[in-house]
Design a protein around this ligand. Structure first.
Ligand code: NOJ
Length: 767
């Protein structure tokens, strides 16, 4: 990424910069709120979460506040970046101050969380990963960049490539699931889509790979919690996705909140310098997570914020997101010799290098209000959002009920059937409820013959969606943990029947098929939304039971931001479609699938357990000396099956596929495995063919299966195709007891199949 001309201009600038101006380049601010209320923003937020004021009152008070961008400080060269500016007018106003009114005219960098779309909100990342489709992942990232850059955004805090094996963690929704290879491919596609080959173009934005590293392994799935694991496991399972994104040219990296083996990532020299820069060759900028540098004091690794700032900068953290630890302390730390000026210069150089790479020095105004006006929700973006939603959905069960005929009258019930805004999912901060097509909206638009009943008595139905975290909370630097969703997570007045039985039976009499729209509200996953029980709220299960009791066939649609433990849903439903949180085109995409206008092809990228107690549950586990089995003294639980409810890689279609003719051929560089896949049903479809490997005996125990590659193939009804995978010997290695990457001789098994549990296989000896 280094460019000689840019490096020379940076060196010249550094010579001119005062100490304060250098520190200013490392400071990212969120706008602060000044307004008619007496308490601080975070106190106000807490008052709402504590129920002292209503959400409406919170929003009213917020609307009386003005956003203060501390423009005098920007003019004085004391601010290098903002988080959360996402409109062209503000972006250009701030940029004008930076480039035309500050002493050195250094452009300001505007960052924002554009996680799964800007205004055209596409499915949450966990959903989209189920398409197993890098081309799609890149196209949706491109649309996100087109819209966000029109609104003045230069850098998105995405992709999140944290491998996540514990469904209790709310942030599983923001990544590509439990597998290292999938997370890497997903991340690389997003980096390409956001940045393109030329990040300096007006419609390219910098990617920020997060959360480096291992955030998805937070103990017990509790957000911000510790991560303690062997270096071998870290390297094999958690680091490859970040490394792949860095190698794909990501311009920035966000260190994670958590510690790794006792050292918080924000001050982790090994992570930020030895590994990221010296080993992987990263030349972009690192930016802390919100407030993370100052939080090192609470974490217990720094005595005060000055100590935290010194440790972070020295470790390799370039920019401070909103904690002000750098702003308040760095100049003094350099003056007193606690921090080396060369470390400060390194950090400033990294930040300026990214500003140059984005073209901001030569072309600081990359959008206009006029451009922004025409940028959002174009018809072709909505078409893509619908395609992405369709391809993300996973058919979990189908007893011949789907696809439905348009002749049938459908009865729809459940709290998520008409909740358009809930379709956005977590981290859709620029998305708007009114842009979303709910299932009920889509039925209206498409003239479907249907009846809609919430099916829950008013108090129950009203409990869904009442605790949304206000958009913008994060930008203001607020990261307080609140029990969002606690109310939805299954609390019903003891003894009271939450179901509106009369309405359900009326509806059932009139209709041929019943559809239950169940799941989580968008606040029940995402940041600070870990759950200790990942099943459905009790009243939703009661509703499903009531629907089943009518005797009519029942389709359950699941809207959720994490795997759910829902064996009862499987048992009570004739068909189950995992719709996730599908974005603005939710309802239309669901009807495409329900009516068979699209043949579902998504496959799970995360394991669904039977019960929360099985978490973390993932396919690539190692064996113990006593693998779970019939015998008493084997590795298992007494009260739940050994197998998951739905395994990794699983997903049905309206057609069927037959796998046959497995063969293996050893070559010079690797082994080639082949199968034939036949579409044995009556419909055309797409099948995601998966290839796994197991190293049978090694110096360290190896996973029972590890995804090595996948291919998504189109098969017309009756068609057969041969599918081949070549796995290089180099990729069959692992880290030995001394952390050397080795490829060992011995026996391996290769698997090819429709999911992680249903494969053909063969063995070969490497020797
Ligand atoms: C905290 C989150 O952990 C991170 O993912 C996000 O990008 C920042 N806040 C900024 O909003």
């Amino acid at each position: 990424m280094k460019n000689q001309d840019h490096e020379a201009r940076i060196a010249a600038l550094l010579k001119e910069m005062t100490l304060e101006e250098k520190v200013g380049q490392l400071r990212q601010c969120g706008p602060s709120l000044v307004g008619a209320f007496e308490v601080s923003f975070s106190e106000l937020l807490n008052m709402m979460f504590d129920g002292k004021i209503s959400k409406e009152e919170f929003e009213r008070l917020m609307s009386t506040a003005e956003q203060d961008y501390r423009e005098e400080e920007l003019r004085a060269g004391r601010i290098g970046s903002y988080n959360g500016v996402s409109d062209a007018a503000t972006a250009n106003r701030l940029q004008k101050i930076a480039v035309e009114e500050s002493r050195l005219g250094i452009p300001v960098l505007l960052g924002c969380d554009v996680i799964h779309g800007f205004r055209t909100v596409t499915p949450i990342p966990l959903a989209e990963s189920c398409a197993w489709d890098p081309g799609l992942w890149e196209r949706t990232a491109r649309v996100a960049a087109l819209e966000a850059t029109a609104a003045g955004v230069h850098m998105t805090f995405a992709p999140m490539v944290d491998v996540a094996k514990d469904a209790r963690w709310g942030r599983v929704s923001e990544g590509a699931g439990e597998d290292a290879l999938l997370a890497a491919r997903y991340g690389v596609a997003k980096v390409k889509g956001f940045q393109t080959d030329d990040p300096a173009k007006n419609d390219s934005m910098a990617a920020c790979v997060k959360h480096f590293a291992g955030y998805g392994a937070a103990e017990a799935g509790r957000d911000y919690n510790r991560v303690d694991m062997s270096m071998q496991r870290l390297h094999e399972e958690y680091l490859p996705s970040y490394e792949a994104c860095v190698k794909a040219g990501a311009l920035s990296v966000m260190p994670a909140f958590n510690d790794i083996n006792g050292v918080p990532c924000s001050v982790n020299q090994w992570l930020l310098t030895d590994l990221l820069r010296d080993t992987w060759g990263f030349e972009g900028m690192t930016i802390s997570d919100a407030n993370a540098i100052a939080e090192c004091v609470i974490h217990g690794i720094a005595e005060d914020t000055a100590d935290a700032a010194a440790q972070a900068l020295t470790a390799g953290m370039d920019m401070d997101m909103t904690s002000e630890a750098y702003h308040e302390n760095l100049a003094e730390l350099v003056k007193t010799g606690v921090v080396k000026e060369s470390d400060l210069d390194r950090a400033v150089t990294d930040v300026l290098r990214v500003k140059f790479a984005l073209g901001l020095f030569d072309n600081p105004y990359q959008t206009s209000v006029e451009k922004e006006r025409q940028a959002f929700l174009k018809p072709e973006y909505r078409t893509l959002a619908r395609e992405a939603a369709v391809k993300s959905m996973v058919l979990l069960k189908n007893e011949g009920l789907l696809p439905l005929s348009r002749e049938k009258k459908i009865g729809i019930a459940g709290p998520l059937a008409a909740a358009g805004g809930e379709m956005l999912g977590a981290w859709a901060i620029s998305g708007k409820d009114e842009d979303c097509v709910s299932l009920a909206d889509a039925c209206e638009i498409q003239d479907v013959t249907f009846v809609y009943e919430k099916g829950l008595k008013e108090s129950e139905a009203a409990s869904v969606g009442t605790e949304s975290v206000p958009a913008g909370a994060e930008q203001a630097g607020v990261t307080e943990s609140v029990p969002a969703g606690a109310e939805q997570a299954g609390v019903t007045a003891a003894g009271a029947d939450p179901v509106d039985r009369a309405a359900i039976s009326r509806m059932a009499e009139e209709c041929d098929v019943l559809i239950a729209a169940l799941g989580e509200t968008k606040d029940m996953s995402g940041e600070a939304a870990s759950r200790a029980s990942i099943t459905l709220p009790e009243e939703q299960l009661a509703l499903l039971r009531a629907l089943k009791e009518t005797g009519k066939p029942v389709v359950t649609l699941l809207f959720n931001g994490r795997p759910l433990a829902v064996p009862e849903v499987d048992a009570l439903s004739d068909a189950v479609l995992e719709a996730w949180q599908p974005g603005v085109e939710a309802g239309n995409a669901i009807l495409d699938v329900l009516y068979g206008e699209a043949n579902p092809s998504g496959k799970l990228t995360t394991t669904f357990p039977h019960t929360t107690g099985q978490c973390p549950m993932y396919y690539a586990h190692i064996n113990t000396g006593r693998p779970g089995g019939r015998g008493k003294f084997t590795s298992k639980y007494l009260d739940t099956p050994l197998t998951p409810l739905y395994p990794f890689g699983y997903g049905l279609s309206y057609t069927t596929y037959e796998y046959a003719d497995f063969s293996l051929e050893q070559g010079e560089e690797g082994v080639t495995a082949r199968v034939t896949v036949k579409n044995t049903g009556a419909r055309d479809g797409e099948e995601i063919v998966q290839c796994y490997l197991c190293d049978e005996t090694a110096q360290r125990v190896r996973p029972v299966k590890q995804l090595m590659d996948f291919k998504k193939i189109a098969l017309a009804a009756g068609e057969t195709k041969e599918v081949e995978f070549t796995i290089s010997y180099r990729d069959m290695g692992y880290y030995d007891r001394e952390m050397n990457y080795i490829v060992e001789e011995g026996w391996f098994t290769v698997f090819i199949g429709r999911d992680s549990a249903d494969c053909l296989s063969g063995r070969f000896e490497l020797g």
